[in-house]
Ligand binder design. Sequence first.
Ligand code: BEZ
Length: 211
Amino acid sequence: MAIQLGDTASDFTADTTEGRLSLHDYLGSSWGLLFSHPADFTPVCTTELGEFARRKEDFDRRNVKLIGVSVDPVESHRRWSDDIAETQGTGLNYPLVGDEDHSVADLYGMIHPNALETATVRTVFVIGPDKKVKLTLTYPANVGRNVEEILRVIDALQLSANHSVSTPVNWRDGDEVIISPALSDEEARARFPKGFRSLKPYLRLTPQPNR
Ligand code: BEZ
């Protein structure tokens, strides 16, 4: 069965560009971003993996560790990193699993045979410090992901993990957030000293609490 939100992110041990590692040990108490790409030395993947590398400090700031997967061998990943550095400005600076036997891909349902027969599609799993899957995304081979959007959803996930809030449509860091309908107005006033505006009893907006 496909991995669903709230499931424990299955542990695995695999060879990577940074040596052999186990997912859970690697993540420790951090958040994690596990993602797959279809193939080394292909155009869209080169731009994506370069952008993940270029934005690594933004993931570090959010306490998120990156780890990529494809069915290419580690040696291929290492050679490809030179092309990524040359064309995108930054080479691989996070581990990339060489999943030649498809064991990680199968564990996470990363191969969608009706889209791409034997390679991983573009999956994303955001994993919380409790090792639970918090968000999944799946893109086809011909559409590159948006790293800014991935950082945005991580901000939203971390905000709602730390406060009793949700984020409205098109939310960006710094915008108002939604107070949980489970809180009474009195509890909301105590919890959110900046106050809130009530559009409906179930739709109350407050300034972002961590700002
Ligand atoms: C690409 O990265 O451009 C790509 C990879 C696999 C299949 C199609 C496109």
